[in-house]
Design a binder for this molecule. Sequence first.
Ligand code: HEM
Length: 742
Amino acid sequence: SPEGPGFGRCPKKSKVAGGGTRSEDWWPCDLSLAVLRQNGESSNPWDAKFNYATEFAKLDVSELKKDLTELQTSSQSWWPADFGNYGPFLVRLSWHNAGTYRSEDGRGGAGMGQQRFAPLNSWPDNAGLDKARRLLWPIKQKYGRKLSWADLMVFAGNTAMENMGFPTYGFAFGREDTWQSDEGIFWGSEQEFFPSPNSNKDRYNGSTDIHGRAKNLEEPLSAANMGLIYVDPRGPNGTPDPKASALDIRVTFGRMGMDDEETVALIAGGHAFGKTHGAVSGDFIGPEPNAAGIENQGLGWKNSFNTGVGNNSYTSGLEVIWSKTPTKWANEFLGSLIHNNWTLVKSPDGAPQWEAVNANASYPDAFIAGKLHKPTMLTSDLALIHDPIYNNVSKTFLNDFDYFTEKFALAWYKLLHRDMGPVTRYLGSEVPKDEHLLWQDPLPAASYKTIDDADVKRLKKDILSAPNVNISNLITTAWGSASTFRISDKRGGANGARIALQPQRSFAVNNPERLAVVLKSLQAVKDKFNSANNKKQVSLADLIVLGGTAAVEKAAADAGTAIKVPFTPGRVDTTQDLTDVETFAYLEPRSDAFRNYGHGNSRSLTEEMMVSRAALLTLSIPEMTVLVGGMRALDANYDGSAFGILTDRPGQLTNDFFTNLLDASTVWSPVADTNGEKFEGKDLSTGSPKYKATRADLIFGSHAELRAVAEVYGSGDAQDKFVNDFARAWVKVMDLDRYDVR
Ligand code: HEM
């Protein structure tokens, strides 16, 4: 809102549950485990048996489309439709849902329907979209559990584009709703929203570009300012410099995994529709939804000028109309952009925008028939001709409308589906058939029968007796394969055996030399089995996970606890050609506490990185704890080092990590010159060195809540529980990407 966000502005702080001065106020640097507690079953109103795919199967998509089509041209008096058509508004809704995605951590995006919750529902860039969601409510209400908000918010824009004459590439349903704001997403550190100059104060560092713009945008952010989806439409921080805007656009759209051609297709394609809203001064605009009075019922940005709606409406404070045909798919936007000459003017709200020099007023008014406007553009639109590469792409698109249409359809499809994970998650009859788009991380279909229980038993024996493998390296290999999974965009995981391909096989955390040895042995087991069988085959992907299963069972038995670890075969091996090396590089962990790899940096502590990683693996606090303790017992450090191996029988699945960590007879002290990352444990009475450990080890003894869980596993009666919990958490991680069998 124009008043800025609510830091320190809340007049009454609660004095009942949840209020008062809290531990996080007293000790703001304490490790927060909140991200591991979110999305708990108790906050989910559906019962435990609810299955979205089953419910969705009952949805009549053609009826839904009919309803959306009718809604599109049924203007409501409380928020009248420009040109009598909500289509462009709904396209912007879809785009702003999907556009928060960033490749580096896979977070953001449309997949969880997060725009319903703060902060996104109140981001200045999402102004007005509260009304778009409210327009959709009767449809959501009608279909209830059969249709998630997350699906509806993107499907609405997709359908709107089809209704405006755009041939989309297809659409997949399957986004499940969440019930709270995702606490795992780092949106930046600034305490002011765009358009304050402070809204990008903390996200740039390093050198400046030729326009004096700082160019290193903090990772993993993909927006130029706090509260924006991508870039400032007025130009960087309100400076109407199209060339500088292009640099911002390239960085931010690049962070989302879009190349130059896709970027131009998206912007030029999107702005083929609709208009911007800034007919009045921003002084008339009330607070955003999360700060608005209770009587506003979740709506915000109330406009007190005149009717406050229709021709008085205010969203971005810019007043631009891009095309003669704002509700029809056509090449008018690019034609206007390239053929006109532009001069800087001001919107009624005083914001910089561009008007065509000497052009006739020929663009329609949104409400008054016969009233015409001059062509206008945003600074960010002009970036598409001022940057030489974008300029080339724009001209190619203008000269070949079919090519532009095809590229925009593909980029739009990618935008909306980028964070959905394996195509086995895609639902509905509009999913393109037989597609193999590289960003979908394709897996070939198996042309053979998969292994059965008897094979599994035999193969486990074969693996354990294979040369050069042992408990430790079978565990690190299986973990390295499966733990690349991230729930944010559901990429990674063991299926496909991409750990045997680039770039994963070269990730430092995988200890490439040792990995190569294990893969060679497993490959030999695979070759032997497959050459002895005809129709039945085993994949390397299955063998890698099975190696871990065999190792856990053996390590548990060696520790005196017999256990059968469930194994679900059916993974396939993919190929290097079907692997997007560039974006898979984002899956390389900077630290992996489970294998004691890497450490904190100026942005986050080692233990914070551990929690963030555990969150991407959907682990609970006990699961994270038991996995770290178990991995230490199994001697599974990435480099074979002794850090955290608090046992004299490494390779056995014992609870020694916890018993020895909690034992007061070890005195810990930081090792000099390790930045507080490494520690040495000495015997209290003799002073002789006993153990070495990292922050990722000691946090389980120092953090009160983690210690409480560590005590459960370090108790005298805990060995069996420890082994069983470890095995369950282990299998969970191995199967995180198995949407094909869920
Ligand atoms: C509207 C900026 C990319 C689709 C707008 C508005 C702004 C804007 C300021 C006006 C909002 C209002 O006042 O109502 C930008 C910037 C972009 C960008 C800076 C990136 C550089 C895109 C993309 C799409 C898109 C990628 C879709 C593929 C739309 C549509 C509207 C719109 C359809 C019209 C909404 C309506 O008529 O109500 N955009 N946009 N934009 N944008 Fe974008």
